[in-house]
Write a protein that binds this ligand. Structure first.
Ligand SMILES: C[S@@+](CC[C@H](N)C(=O)[O-])C[C@H]1O[C@@H](n2cnc3c(N)ncnc32)[C@H](O)[C@@H]1O
Length: 249
């Protein structure tokens, strides 16, 4: 059977360079503060979805040792330098776990890679099945205000470990798709092309699908802060729990 490349399989080669400006310490601290504010004290089980090359896993697992990092791209997980224990390659819409987790989280607009409402709903249902009774699911997502800044095409270039790369980014308001095209060239001139599509859902869509899955929104924040997020925010952070009043789910 042919092994189809997944999104990020090629980009894993240059991911560290792409993210050079990202403050993972601050981002990890934000997740730890969410844990402190929304979960009771005590030992917890953590599942990180779309963990990429496990930069946050390396940091957060030092404070919370019962930690599983997952991602759909095996090459991304294999690039992890500071987290080498519990890594599972799986799609966030088909979670292979039977045990429950107190904290499930995903960062860096990874849920925007789910290109249909059906898949987004599937994610919420899957997470609901593995959340402990008082557990939380927190994730960030970008809204249209963030993408509109990229409506005109945007190009960036870089070089990393002998690879030259180019990234073209453009937002298509009609379809609400944000597209990133990566071209990665090695020293022999071979070019790998990877196209990333992210769906920029309406603010209200999240609330509808979360409810439909039998979860509820404990808080919707402006990511990196504890102020309320709204439809005009660039990036919002959801904190969800199981809706116990909705027994049929
Ligand atoms: C922007 S990267 C973020 C990685 C990591 N969270 C970070 O902050 O560096 C998006 C990640 O989502 C993963 N991803 C995309 N679609 C996925 C899916 N359906 N299930 C699981 N992971 C997925 C990609 O492989 C990639 O590692």
């Amino acid at each position: 059977m042919k092994n189809r490349l997944k999104v990020y399989d090629s980009v894993s080669l240059i991911y560290d360079d792409l993210m050079i400006g990202i403050d993972y310490v601050r981002w990890s601290d934000y997740i730890l503060n969410i844990r402190k504010n929304y979960l009771e004290k005590g030992d917890i089980n953590v599942l990180e979805l779309s963990a990429g090359n496990c930069k946050m896993a390396g940091k957060i697992s030092k404070r919370i040792p019962r930690y599983i990092a997952s991602d759909s791209s095996l090459p991304m997980l294999r690039k992890a330098k500071y987290f080498d224990s519990n890594k599972i390659c799986c799609d966030m819409t088909a979670l292979p776990f039977k045990n429950k987790f107190d904290l499930v989280f995903s960062t860096f607009d990874s849920v925007n890679y789910l290109l249909s409402k059906r898949l987004l709903l599937t994610l919420f249902c899957e997470v609901k099945n593995i959340l402990s009774d008082s557990g939380i699911f927190t994730f960030d997502t970008t809204l249209e205000k963030n993408s509109l800044e990229f409506e005109k095409s945007y190009v960036s270039e870089g070089e990393y470990h002998g690879l030259q790369y180019k990234r073209k980014s453009k937002y298509f308001p009609n379809t609400r798709i944000h597209k990133n095209i990566f071209e990665i060239k090695n020293k022999f001139g071979t070019v790998l092309t990877e196209v990333h599509k992210q769906k920029i859902y309406r603010f209200e869509t999240y609330f509808k699908l979360i409810k439909k899955a039998g979860l509820y929104v404990v808080e919707c924040l402006d990511t990196f802060a504890f102020d309320k997020g709204n439809s005009n925010s660039k990036r919002i952070q959801f904190i969800l729990k199981i809706d116990k009043s909705n027994a049929k789910f």
